[in-house]
Write a protein that binds this ligand. Structure first.
Ligand SMILES: [Mn+2]
Length: 271
């Protein structure tokens, strides 16, 4: 089996019992590792993860991240058993500059990737910022504004210049801003939940369709499965005869993960 999960948001200041929450994720990882060929973490495993210059070239968890010892140790143990661990950055853990890879042995992915597993082609990404280019202009004005602002902020967060400036901060200060920013975004989501918009409106489903159209026009690659995180809602939607979009639910409210079995079928499950 190959397993996929995302959006555990470990360390979030809106989660009441953070240690219990982390243990729940660790327990899941340990139990799926029993029959896993690979485990894909599709982003936002941490609610805020930043590696500062102060941490540069460390080979142990810095003091400000000591609370994550269980999950880091668990990922390392899984990797050491010979199971591939893939860590895709999300929009809350963009800022790993080598520490996660060094401490766990995981392969860190900073971009969407195609993977071939059990005879299927998968397109894997956290999903933030993925929207068909023509769609943006047709959105309602206020939503369009929000999407454009998000894309601008995303570019800023991914840019090396602001990243390097932020990396100069003392970890305590950088983290207090970061966790607060993340807490606000979680609170916003809890106050204004955004349920599934349906096949014709949900951006990530439309993005999968868009990539399939590109593939049909020979401008891109076909994928059998498009797997995303980010939205915190479970979605299994067929987009063409031979293509499906899976949005992993979250791992802090509803606790979803997906399992791909060697016959090439993928199913969402809860734990
Ligand atoms: Mn996200």
């Amino acid at each position: 089996m190959v397993y996929f999960l995302s959006d555990a948001h470990l360390g979030s200041r809106v989660i009441a019992e953070p240690e219990k929450h982390q243990q729940r994720i660790v327990n899941l990882l340990q139990s799926i590792s029993k029959d896993a060929d690979a485990i894909y973490l599709l982003g936002d495993i941490f609610d805020f993860w930043y590696e500062y210059f102060y941490h540069f070239r460390r080979n142990t968890l810095p003091r400000s991240k000591k609370q994550y010892t269980p999950i880091i140790q668990c990922l390392k143990d899984i990797h050491d058993k010979g199971i591939e661990v893939h860590y895709f950055i999300g929009n809350h853990d963009i800022w790993t500059f080598g520490l996660i890879a060094r401490l766990t042995g995981a392969v860190v992915h900073r971009q969407p990737e195609y993977a071939h597993i059990y005879g299927k082609t998968l397109y894997l990404a956290h999903g933030d910022g993925l929207i068909p280019p023509d769609l943006i202009g047709s959105l309602p004005a206020d939503f369009q504004k929000r999407v454009r602002a998000f894309i601008r902020l995303r570019k800023f967060f991914h840019h090396p210049l602001p990243q390097n400036i932020y990396r100069l901060l003392p970890p305590l200060l950088g983290d207090s801003f970061g966790y607060e920013w993340a807490r606000r975004s979680r609170l916003k989501e809890l106050q204004h939940p955004c349920p599934y918009k349906g096949k014709d409106k949900e951006e990530l489903v439309l993005y999968g369709k868009y990539l399939e159209e590109q593939a049909a026009d020979n401008n891109g690659r076909h994928a059998d499965l498009y797997v995303f995180g980010h939205r915190h809602i479970p979605v299994e939607e067929r987009i063409t005869d031979n293509s499906e979009v899976i949005i992993l639910g979250d791992c802090f409210k509803q606790f979803y993960y997906a399992a791909l079995s060697d016959d090439g079928t993928m199913k969402l499950q809860t734990f």
